[in-house]
Design a protein around this ligand. Structure first.
Ligand code: ZN
Length: 256
């Protein structure tokens, strides 16, 4: 039901609009903090560094200065209605262009090295190829080694040239770094940045610990090691699904 019209209600409506404006502004400051979290995850930098990046983007020397100015009524350029999305783009566009991950849902790019045209596909892994000649598969855990395939053994195959191979591998590693940054955006903060006690958060099970065990190879790793290797076992490259905070499989056998 609408409130009855009258002087009092006009005042109510007026204050409501004012509240709404305040609320919108508060929301924008909160949105900046949320945006900073995403930038911090993508770049794997501390949250306060990301806040400072945002402040500098909005012509404030640092985040503290921005909030102080905000309290005094300063606002980002009011003519720039898209300032939030502009700030969000300080997360590299080329990282965010990789969609929510899934096989076959990635991005495909084209390029060439010394006149050899290649395609570069990034989804949950990186696949670079020159049709009929060679391919390179690189999974996203930093401990993974690139797998090079040759599709023909002609001496003209450019992959046989160490300089060409090195340039192609550089492109693959750079793509894998973009992919890791994109994955980190969707993970909890503690999954890529352990706390002061070395505790890191498993990105899927959300458990927190400073020691982790691999069901696949039985190896133990620190939280920092897991965080820096994208939660793949640094010893055997097992996926995050095989990583647990406690080696429950050891306790399961009362005789052994
Ligand atoms: Zn392992």
């Amino acid at each position: 039901m609408h409130p009855p019209l009258g002087g009092l209600d006009w005042q109510w409506a007026h204050s409501r609009v004012r509240d709404l404006k305040e609320w919108t502004m508060t929301l924008q400051l909160q949105s900046l903090r949320t945006t900073a979290k995403r930038i911090a995850r993508a770049r794997r930098i501390p949250h306060h560094e990301a806040l400072n990046l945002i402040a500098q983007h909005l012509d404030q020397p640092h985040w503290y200065a921005l909030t102080a100015a905000w309290d005094k009524g300063w606002r980002p350029d009011p003519t720039d209605e898209d300032f939030l999305s502009t700030v969000a783009k300080t997360i590299n566009d080329h990282v965010m262009s990789i969609p929510t991950l899934g096989i076959g849902q990635g991005v495909q790019e084209n390029g060439s090295i010394d006149g050899h045209a290649y395609t570069l596909e990034i989804d949950f892994e990186v696949h670079m190829a020159q049709i009929g000649w060679w391919g390179i598969l690189l999974e996203h855990a930093p401990s993974e080694q690139p797998q090079i395939e040759l599709y023909n053994l002609s001496p003209a195959n450019p992959m046989l040239d160490p300089v060409f191979r090195s340039r192609a591998l550089t492109i693959c590693h750079s793509a894998a770094e973009r992919l890791r940054a994109r994955i980190a955006v969707d993970w909890p903060r503690r999954s890529t940045k352990p706390d002061a006690d070395g505790r890191a958060q498993h990105p899927l099970t959300k458990g927190v610990s400073n020691k982790w065990y691999c069901l696949h190879c039985d190896g133990a790793s620190t939280g920092a090691q897991m965080a820096s290797n994208m939660w793949h076992c640094p010893r055997c490259n097992a996926t995050p699904l095989d990583i647990f905070a406690a080696p429950f499989w050891k306790a399961a056998d009362p005789i052994g």
